[in-house]
Design a protein around this ligand. Structure first.
Ligand SMILES: [Zn+2]
Length: 172
């Protein structure tokens, strides 16, 4: 799984898995056809490789169901906790994230939700994170706090303003 992980942060920020991306680039998790377009001026947060788009790249906005995708691999049944939302991805295979010394999309003062899920796929709490100047320490503390609860199997990091999925962290 090395293509999905970073190497130097305390926790691994997981991008959307290559197998899921291959499917999303045809039909998204809402059943809609993928419609590639040019990124224009760029700056769109790409959840396939955890970086911002550069001008003119071919990207797509697709609906993604991260909990459903995780549950399909573990046998969990999230039921009503399943949800889907918009994510930007490259329109074609991109090779996934490059190793990084920081967490993806870590910008001081930005607001994130760190939502916790148990092994059955149920929400077991969460917290608001205002990313501090020391961005990695801020994320590390939030993840350590989440996994201090033995019931927590994974967390989703989301933007507060748009609610969109940024990345997933599983129990180390
Ligand atoms: Zn990508």
């Amino acid at each position: 799984m090395s293509t999905q992980t970073t190497t130097t942060t305390a926790y691994d920020a997981r991008a959307i898995a290559p197998s899921a991306l291959a499917e999303l680039r045809v039909t998204d998790d809402a059943g809609r056809a993928c419609v590639p377009y040019s990124a224009g001026e760029g700056g769109d947060p790409l959840r396939c490789c955890l970086r911002l788009s550069v001008p003119g790249e071919r990207i797509a906005l697709v609906s993604y169901a991260p909990l459903r995708r995780w549950a399909a691999g573990t046998g969990a049944e999230p039921g009503a906790y399943d949800e889907q939302g918009p994510v930007f991805v490259h329109a074609e295979e991109c090779g996934g994230p490059a190793p990084s010394e920081t967490y993806p999309f870590a910008r001081a003062e930005a607001l994130r939700t760190v939502r916790r899920y148990d092994a059955a796929g149920r929400i077991v709490g969460g917290r608001l994170l205002e990313i501090p100047e020391a961005t990695s320490e801020g994320f590390d503390r939030a993840f350590a706090e989440a996994f201090a609860d033995p019931a927590v199997a994974l967390v989703h990091v989301r933007a507060v303003e748009y609610g969109c999925f940024h990345f997933e962290v599983r129990r180390p």
